[in-house]
Each structure stands twice: as C-alpha cells, then as structure tokens.
Design a protein around this ligand. Structure first.
Ligand code: PMV
Length: 339
C-alpha cells in the first residue's frame, strides 16, 4: 500500500470539507528511551524495531490551520516558502489528505526546531490533531498515530502521556504499527531538556537513518540490541529500579551514536558542549545525585532523575527545560477550534 491509500482507508467515511474556519491544537514532544533507527518501509515510515518513549507534556508544538484563499506556511512567526525543505515536507504530507480548500498553516515550537530535540515528533502530531478538528473527523488516538507516522515516525508516540511503545508491526500496510500507551506510572521521575548547542543539525534523522541502513556493516546487529534493551526496560517498569532504568537509557543512546558513527561517511551529532555536559552529569553522579542522559539526532541532551535530586540538578544546569512527565496535565488533549 502507498501512503495515499493508507490515508484513504483510514478516512474512508470522513468528509474533506472543513467544519469550521480555524483550528488550533498542541501536541507534546516525546523522547525515545529505546530508539527507533532504521525503516523497513521508507514511504510508510515503518520501523525495523519497536521503540519506547516518554512524553514531555510541557514541551511541544502548537499548530493552527485556517481556511484561506491562498495556502501559506509560517513557523515561529516567520513566513516560509513552499519551496523550502520544511515547506516541501509539509506540502507532501498535506497532499495525502486530498483536501478541498487551501490552508494557511502556522506552527510554533516552545523548543528550538531541528536541534535534535524531536520537534518533528510534536510537529506532525500537532498537525494531525489540528486537521482532525478542522475537518471534524473525530479520529481516535490510534488512527491519529497511524496518520502522523506517515509524516514522521516518532510522531506516532506523541498522542499519549507517560511511557509509550511504538510496535514495529508485521503488516506491509503498517496498520499495526502505531503508538500504544503503557500503564506504568512513575510519579517521582523528572526529566529535562539541556540545550548545549543551538545550531541546526547537519543531517536530518531521515537521511542519517538511510545512511546507517545502507552503509554500516553493524546495522544488522541493531534489532538484537534494541530487543535486548526493550525487554530489560519493560522489566524495570514491572520492578521499578531507577538506576537500572537509567543505565538502559544511557546504553541505548551510546549504542545509537556508536552505530551512526559506523556509517560511511560517519554521522556525528555530538559537539564539544555535548561531551562537557555528559562529563558534568557523571560528576553529579559521582557526588551521589543520580542523573542519566539520552541524545537523539542532534547535539542536545535530555536528562532523567528523581524528584529528590531536582534541586542539585537544576543548580548544575540552571537552563534545563524541566518536565514532570506524570504530573496531571490537560496539555496532551488540548485543542480548540473556532467558527
Ligand atoms: O521520526 P524521526 O524521523 O524524527 O526520527 C527520530 C529518531 C530518533 O529521535 C533519534 C529516535 C526516536 O525514536 O525518536
């Protein structure tokens, strides 16, 4: 099946006429603890392995769509042309929905775009939620997850709070490859985004994944590494132990960045500021404050610690963008539309 056919199938009884003039929705970003790296189907964004994430409810993307005479595209208040890479990707995604009217699109992230802090995950999730409101489709979270995955794989995990598993699925059409919320709660868990470098990433995750798949002699070991760490992670959710969990999270990040480094040419997202921050984390750990980190397709880090260590961690990293992942929050389901 092609993406267009998947969309037609999922929207088969839904209208393509808007039910209101404007719609706005927020979606949170999610950070992978067990990483997605490599596609078994590039057109449908179907992954080679399962992955597992934690939603950061305070951080993400707000997107508005407005019925308009001419289509336009704005990011963080700046108008972007449709010929830019962002504009092209958006246009390609919107074309899948065979909509009847031009749309004016405006999106803003409360975290920097393209700095490896997974803003594409919240971006495509917010866009799907907004389309759902504007066209009155009333899709459930699983259908939204399936559709958002067509824009960006990791977006399919942004429709639920807490820990979310993205099952790789077996079907060639990908209809069994979507986010699934895990029941585990970890109220004392705290997280944070540490921006160590504000420059845009040199290579998109899409390109870097392709390079790894096509050129790394070690890519064939990745499914085994992920399956091992996924099972170990699920064990720690049943028998909570923060140090074991943190060790798995860090090991996943180190394995991912090692694997990327074995492609030709090697992919290197790490910057001097990344290493300095990791050394600071290790120093904090040595002084008894248990903090772990992960890193995605960019130089920045995400930190994980427990509520009892929040003060020393924030003292060490005063600019940390804090998240309380299990705090009661309406942000996951936030959305508004106006006539
Ligand atoms: O969905 P993408 O193309 O933004 O890729 C995400 C890749 C990682 O963030 C490195 C891992 C993941 O599972 O989110």
């Amino acid at each position: 099946m092609k993406p267009l056919e998947v969309v037609r199938f999922l929207l088969q009884d839904k209208g393509r006429e808007p039910v209101c003039d404007t719609a706005t929705a927020f979606a949170p970003l999610n950070i992978a603890l067990i990483k997605y790296w490599g596609k078994r189907d590039t057109a449908l964004n179907l992954p080679v392995t399962d992955s597992l994430s934690l939603t950061f409810p305070e951080w993400g993307t707000t997107t508005s769509l407005k019925i308009s005479d001419t289509a336009s595209c704005g990011v963080n208040g700046i108008t972007l042309g449709w010929e830019t890479p962002f504009g092209q990707r958006l246009k390609q995604f919107l074309a899948l929905f065979e909509l009847s009217t031009p749309l004016s699109f405006e999106t803003s992230n409360n975290i920097p775009t393209s700095a490896g802090v997974a803003s594409s995950s919240s971006g495509f999730a917010a866009l799907m939620k907004t389309l759902n409101l504007l066209y009155g489709w009333e899709l459930d979270a699983t259908s939204l997850s399936l559709l958002a995955r067509l824009g960006s794989g990791s977006a399919c995990r942004s429709f639920w709070p807490g820990f979310v598993m993205w099952k790789r699925g077996e079907r060639p059409d990908g209809l069994d490859s979507h986010g699934v919320p895990l029941a585990s709660l970890w109220p004392n868990l705290r997280a944070g985004i540490l921006l160590v470098d504000h420059t845009s990433k040199p290579l998109s995750s899409r390109e870097a994944m392709r390079l790894t798949r096509e050129t790394s002699p070690y890519d064939r070991f990745w499914p085994e590494i992920v399956a091992h760490d996924r099972d170990a992670f699920l064990d720690t959710l049943s028998n909570p132990d923060f140090q074991t969990m943190g060790t798995i999270i860090e090991r996943q990040a180190l394995s991912l960045h090692w694997l990327m480094g074995t492609s030709t040419p090697p992919t290197l997202y790490t910057q001097p500021g990344t290493i300095r921050a990791i050394q600071q984390i290790y120093a904090l750990r040595a002084s008894g404050h248990i903090v772990y980190w992960t890193q995605d397709a960019g130089p920045n880090l995400k930190l994980f610690f427990q509520a009892l260590d929040e003060v020393p961690v924030c003292q060490a990293f005063p600019d940390l963008l804090l998240s309380d992942p299990f705090a009661v929050s309406d942000s996951i389901s936030a959305g508004a539309r106006s006539l």
